[in-house]
Write a protein that binds this ligand. Structure first.
Ligand SMILES: [Zn+2]
Length: 213
């Protein structure tokens, strides 16, 4: 007797009769040969911004790590538990991914919290407060931009944060070295949930533009 929610079981039934049966050879080959994804995506946990859905990715294509507000904690080889850093290390050293994409998104709850939008659940003992303190300097600067509306500050912060997370990637020696050798390319992106628009960060200017598709 299973206790999984019925929605998950019905979804799994659809997966088996649909995608799995049409791609079973691919799944079998991936099981036999292992995964060789070319791209790693660092995305938010937000249920509305799933990279596999947005990029229409099949099995084996994307190596994804998701955390609250798609953050990259700076390189810190200490005794703490670094889940995102472990995923980065595996992606670059073992899988040798060619691209790392940090993807932010509109209406991000984590970013909203960093800007002071959600004060209630953020007591000092909660995890999210400490986690979002990674972006505190940017959040402070943007919070004081009084000429902007709350929505403008939110979007600005989401994009500034993506830029800063891409910079944080370079604090990892293996990533910095891989980028210098031309083995790995770093990207920033931002997905607007309401319109489905994808914006891509220009590597030179750091500005976000709509890609030609
Ligand atoms: Zn988010």
């Amino acid at each position: 007797m299973t206790h999984l929610p019925e929605r998950l079981l019905s979804g799994y039934r659809n997966f088996m009769s649909g995608r799995y049966s049409s791609e079973s050879e691919r799944y079998e080959r991936l099981a036999r040969e292992g995964q060789k994804p070319q791209t790693m995506v660092i995305a938010c946990c937000d249920s509305r911004a799933a990279p596999e859905t947005i990029f229409d990715a099949g099995p084996g294509e994307l190596f994804v790590v998701r955390n609250v507000a798609n953050l990259v904690p700076p390189y810190a080889p200490d005794s703490e538990f670094h889940g995102t850093s472990a995923a980065l290390e595996f992606a670059v050293q073992a899988l040798k991914v060619k691209h790392i994409v940090v993807m932010g998104h509109g209406r991000c709850g984590g970013i909203s919290a960093a800007l002071g939008g959600l004060s209630e659940p953020l007591s000092p003992g909660d995890f999210i407060g400490k986690w979002m303190s990674l972006v505190a300097p940017a959040a402070e600067a943007i919070s004081s931009a009084n000429l902007l509306t709350a929505a403008e500050r939110q979007t600005a912060m989401e994009r500034v944060s993506v830029r800063n997370q891409v910079d944080n990637l370079r604090s990892f020696p293996i990533i910095k070295e891989g980028e210098e050798k031309g083995e790995v390319t770093l990207h920033g992106a931002w997905f607007d949930i309401s319109k489905g628009e994808l914006w891509v960060m220009d590597p030179e200017s750091g500005d976000f533009e709509r890609p030609a598709i």
